[in-house]
Design a protein around this ligand. Structure first.
Ligand code: DAH
Length: 330
């Protein structure tokens, strides 16, 4: 038994220990041999020896089990040690990603309006005629529908052409006062230097009691916003037309490339058009059942802002996933 004990102690792997156990308990092993000797004994001697052997057997099992769990723990710890990653080790192989310029610009715009207590609303990309057109004072066959070429599904559903339907959804589900923006993807079947079939807009809407929200409020908030985005630029409001606002305006900033001298980007006008806006048309309030309300709304294309901020000449390049472009935004 002493030699057995010693062999167990000397084992330094679970595998080796298992071999020893099989050997000792096996047909030709120590216990098989010792138990065979019982045949030659008789009486008390036999009983005493059998008892001693059984005791030894238990003791041996106990020692093997204890050693086994010791070795298992040790082997596991060795593996952990070997596989450990030194997280403090510097490596310049890791290629860190960055936010896409469109998302980055979107975040910047959202941050501005959230700081003014605007909520951020959401709406479906697949819309119906009512929310995308009808409720926005764009009845069927209205010529202004041509301003927004549309992807239609067979059942008459459509891909939203602007984020304005979220105005409608928000007003249908909430009571005034409302201060919301809604960022998201929109779709129109166009593809050239300044158009892609999918792009992003941010819509803004503020509604309160009649007389509480004016065009002057709209003007001041957008002027501040555009200076936050582009620094100290000139801002001008140009009369325009949108079916969902009356009066409506398009907003230009002084060209940030030539500062008014005239260049290719501003087409020698000295101005860059950046958004559309106006005070909410009464027909829109009628469509959502709002009474005695006043409000203003605005909408802008996020890619347009990203292109101006980062001087990106071709809109399509924003969606090509070319790392040579994207890596410049780290
Ligand atoms: N929906 C317009 C478009 O896609 C943008 C827009 C203009 C939104 C004026 C507005 C607005 O809310 O008041 O061209």
């Amino acid at each position: 038994m002493e030699t057995l004990k010693k062999s167990i102690e000397e084992c330094d792997s679970v595998k080796e220990l298992e071999r020893l156990r099989v050997e000792v308990f096996g047909k030709k092993g120590y216990f098989a041999k010792e138990f065979a000797k019982l045949k030659e004994l008789s009486g008390d001697e036999k009983i005493a020896y059998a008892a001693r052997l059984n005791e030894e057997k238990d003791k041996f099992s106990e020692l093997v089990n204890a050693k086994k769990s010791f070795l298992e723990t040790k082997e596991y710890e060795d593996i952990l040690k070997q596989d450990a990653v030194d997280v403090s080790l510097y490596s310049n192989i890791v290629n860190v990603g960055a936010l896409h310029p469109v998302i980055d610009t979107m975040d910047k715009i959202i941050e501005y309006f959230v700081s003014l207590n605007f909520s951020v609303e959401d709406g479906p990309l697949v819309e119906d005629d009512f929310h995308n057109f009808e409720a926005l004072n764009l009845p069927k066959f209205h010529p202004a529908r041509d301003m927004q070429d549309t992807f239609y599904f067979k059942d008459g559903a459509l891909l939203r052409t602007h984020t304005s339907p979220v105005q409608v959804r928000t007003m249908l589900s909430q009571d005034p006062p409302i201060r919301m923006i809604c960022p998201g993807a929109v779709f129109r079947p166009d593809l050239d230097l300044t158009h892609t079939p999918m792009f992003h807009q941010i819509e803004g809407l503020v509604v309160d009691k009649r007389g509480a929200v004016s065009f002057a409020n709209l003007k001041s908030i957008l002027e501040e916003f555009l200076r936050y985005m582009f620094g100290s630029v000139k801002v001008r409001f140009r009369p325009s037309f949108f079916p969902f606002t009356e009066p409506s305006a398009e907003v230009d900033i002084g060209c940030i490339f030539c500062h008014g001298a005239g260049c290719r980007v501003c087409k020698n006008t000295g101005w860059l058009e950046v958004l559309g806006c106006g005070t909410v048309d009464q027909n829109v309030f009628n469509a959502v059942g709002y009474k005695n309300s006043s409000g203003y709304a605005f909408g802008l294309g996020i890619e347009r802002f990203a292109m101006l901020l980062h001087k990106i000449p071709d809109l399509r390049s924003l969606f090509e996933g070319d790392l040579r472009l994207l890596e410049q935004f780290k």
